[in-house]
Design a binder for this molecule. Structure first.
Ligand SMILES: C[S@@+](CC[C@H](N)C(=O)[O-])C[C@H]1O[C@@H](n2cnc3c(N)ncnc32)[C@H](O)[C@@H]1O
Length: 318
């Protein structure tokens, strides 16, 4: 990979986030699909039929040095339609965005969004990335009631050869898996994901708790919550902190407190509820007992502290 400073930049001045392609010493090949490890790169004829049936592979490559172009010129800024990330095959990628603000979108996520033909997602999440979008990009927004139909539309666009990015709130890997499953069901194949920054990470930062002493649990999911509720109770009994995403329609922070207290949790656990992180942040602190019955907005996340902080392991060091 060329040194990061030498990477081409888009017209928006963003450096490409990850550039995949042959190492500079390899001979030039313009369009590459990443083959299995150790096999080397191979050239694909274009246009291509959708090759996704069951495949999960790296999807972008960069032309490091087009023929006849001196190396220095190859790394000058390129207009958007000579994409710095050259798309090898039509792709669909799920990108974590937010939560709540463009500042918390990774540079790789931004590059993918900027270079997509189609950007799709829930209205609130698409709104986060809207400042990156150009008129020529197609936008497909959806809500809970029409997500299946809209994702089918996106899958059709993808199958017709459009490069699609589906944006998910925060990190795909925390409370995003059911939506990811819906995307994959619509497409009929696995979809690449790009991690984002989650509201749980932001809360860990606000509350100064470290991941190794904290368990993340989401209740923002369809289906039976019982195993997750039991796990939460055990987490607190085990002396760990818990970061909890509530379920807006029936298991909000007040209900979480009621459930835990009924199960014998100490009323004295220190609790923080943060709303609208990265936007109009609101913070409430109290005890588990005080959280019972309190109302918070849907955009809330909860930190329940262990009764006794774990030793840091550095006690006694000079
Ligand atoms: C479907 S979950 C998605 C969570 C997301 N994948 C993440 O990593 O943050 C949506 C819930 O996450 C929580 N959430 C997301 N963004 C938030 C924010 N900016 N402030 C507080 N809570 C947030 C809220 O409880 C919201 O209802």
């Amino acid at each position: 990979m060329p040194p990061r400073d030498a990477l081409p930049r888009t017209t928006r001045g963003q450096a490409p986030l990850a550039v995949r392609g042959p190492s500079p010493e390899l001979p030039h090949v313009p369009c590459l699909l990443r083959p299995p490890a150790g096999v080397g790169f191979f050239v694909l004829p274009l246009p291509l039929p959708c090759p996704h049936a069951g495949a999960h592979h790296a999807l972008f490559s960069t032309c490091p040095q087009p023929p006849g172009v001196p190396r220095s010129a190859a790394h000058l800024p390129k207009p958007r339609n000579e994409r710095s990330l050259r798309l090898v095959v039509p792709v669909i990628v799920c990108v974590g965005a937010g939560p709540g603000h463009l500042d918390f979108l990774t540079r790789r996520g931004a590059e993918l969004v900027s270079n997509a033909d189609v950007v799709a997602g829930f209205d609130a999440v698409v709104d986060v990335v809207r400042p990156l979008l150009l008129n020529e990009q197609q936008v497909v927004t959806m809500g809970y009631s029409d997500q299946v139909a809209k994702l089918a539309e996106v899958a059709e666009l993808h199958q017709a050869g459009k490069n699609c990015v589906v944006v998910l709130m925060g990190d795909v890997h925390f409370s995003g898996f059911q939506f990811l499953e819906r995307v994959e069901t619509a497409c009929g194949h696995r979809v690449e994901t790009v991690a984002g920054i989650s509201s749980a990470q932001m809360l860990a930062s606000k509350g100064r708790v470290c991941f190794d002493e904290t368990t993340f649990l989401t209740f923002h999911r369809r289906g039976n919550l019982t195993p997750f509720k039991t796990h939460l109770r055990e987490v607190l009994r085990g002396g760990r902190n818990a970061i909890v995403i509530p379920r807006p329609w029936d298991f909000m922070p007040g209900d979480v407190a009621a459930y835990l207290l009924a199960g014998g949790a100490s009323a004295a656990h220190q609790v923080e509820v943060w709303e609208n992180l990265s936007r109009d942040e609101a913070e409430w602190r109290g005890t588990l007992a005080e959280m019972e019955g309190r109302k918070f907005s849907d955009m809330s996340i909860v930190l329940i502290r262990a009764l006794t902080p774990m030793p840091t392991g550095l006690e006694g060091e000079q």
